[in-house]
Design a protein around this ligand. Structure first.
Ligand code: SAH
Length: 363
């Protein structure tokens, strides 16, 4: 794995730490120390318990910790918390989503995004930069510190801002560190990376990682998907689903999540629901339906709740596990696709909202 230019202490693996500190026991002490610190502190002291200052000096000289400042913390009535972060000048967002018995942290992998999905608020921001593994791990630590005792943050989803496959080295490092013992020791299966379908990255991810993959399919035909997600012209639906089939041959037990954002009058017809199971044949698929979360200045709308339920029933009746992700955090624009650093984005979005959606004729 390529080492960052100035190694970030919170993004080092145990073997890397052990090499730096001349011993695995000291590496473990260092991790315990790190996880006991306030999550946004980036001070490295002269010494820590259990490691002599002479050895620790190497860490102090060589390593840094990422600069993370919480600009705004917004709670939603449904319990979701959205963090607007300043990461050394770049803006990104993290969301803490509590559920019964566990919480999920939704992490950003980039500040902005270069993929131009017609329905996603992040796309309106443009692209600032990719985040480092250290910044992704810091997001997790920050949110987990706020999780309720009876709902610890055991799940991480890379579903915040950005396309993880466009920053895969850093995402893979973040996952490796998040899943390592003794801290924070998340289960690989409980870490999910969501992709808009960047095929080369997706294939590499499936080969190299044990974490879960979610593919944002969002359409049942290439014609629809070309319009919603322009990169579909490069990597069409069949090529993406073939990659999942190939992975099934290697990892028969791994489940693949299929995200399907429902847009009224675009991809929510009975015919779409009928096409999905055919497309997903031979894939260990679990479908998550996401009613579209409206984005200011964008005409796309979610279907009625009844339509969403009818769509789910059709897919589920075909024998595919299909759940609805009813929006969480919509009140504070923290729901899927609404992450656009609202507070800071104004200078970049002045003027008439860009027409990002061209209606499909002949529907
Ligand atoms: N770039 C990655 C991860 C970020 S988006 C990806 O595309 O998968 C995470 C999920 O939110 C994706 O499934 C995406 O399709 C969905 N999404 C994006 N905009 C949305 C919106 N306005 N309403 C509902 N879901 C949205």
């Amino acid at each position: 794995m390529p080492m960052p230019p100035r190694p970030m202490l919170n993004a080092l693996t145990v073997p890397e730490l052990a090499q730096l500190l001349d011993g695995r026991a000291r590496a473990i002490e260092a991790l315990h120390w790190l996880y006991a610190q306030p999550p946004t502190s980036n001070e490295i002291p002269d010494a820590i318990p259990g490691v002599s200052w002479k050895v620790w000096r190497r860490v102090k000289e060589l390593c840094g910790l990422p600069k993370v400042a919480v600009v705004e913390r917004t709670g939603s009535p449904d319990g979701t918390t959205k963090y607007l972060l300043d990461l050394d000048g770049a803006t990104a967002e993290t969301v803490l989503i509590p559920a019964r018995g566990r919480s999920t942290v939704c992490v950003s992998s980039q500040a902005g995004c270069t993929r131009n999905c017609a329905f996603c608020a992040t796309a309106t921001l443009g692209f600032r930069r990719s985040l480092t593994a250290a910044e992704m791990i810091a997001q997790y630590r920050l949110a987990r510190a706020d999780a309720a005792k009876d709902a610890p943050a055991r799940n991480v989803v890379f579903m915040g801002m950005g396309e993880p496959m466009d920053n895969l080295d850093e995402v893979l490092r973040a996952i490796e560190v998040l899943t390592q013992a003794p801290e924070p020791m998340l289960a690989a299966k409980q870490v999910t990376v969501s992709t808009s379908g960047v095929l080369p990255g997706m294939r590499r991810f499936l080969r190299e990682s044990r974490a879960s993959l979610a593919l944002s399919l969002n359409a049942s035909t290439d014609e629809q998907r070309d319009r919603l997600m322009p990169q579909n012209r490069t990597w069409p639906i069949a090529s993406l689903l073939d990659a999942l089939r190939e992975d099934r041959a290697r990892n028969p037990k791994r489940v693949h999540f299929i995200e399907y954002v429902l847009f009224s009058g675009i991809n929510d017809a009975d015919e779409d629901a009928a096409r999905l199971p055919v497309l997903l044949e031979g894939i260990n698929a679990r479908v998550n339906l996401i009613p579209h979360n409206p984005v200011p200045g964008n005409p796309l709308r979610p279907p009625s709740d009844e339509r969403v339920l009818a769509f789910q029933k059709r897919v589920a009746d075909s024998g595919i596990r299909c759940l609805i992700r009813w929006p969480r955090g919509r009140e504070v624009a923290a729901a899927c696709g609404q992450l656009a650093a609202t507070k800071w984005s104004e200078p970049e979005t002045v003027g008439a909202p860009r027409e990002r959606w061209r209606p499909i004729r002949d529907r």
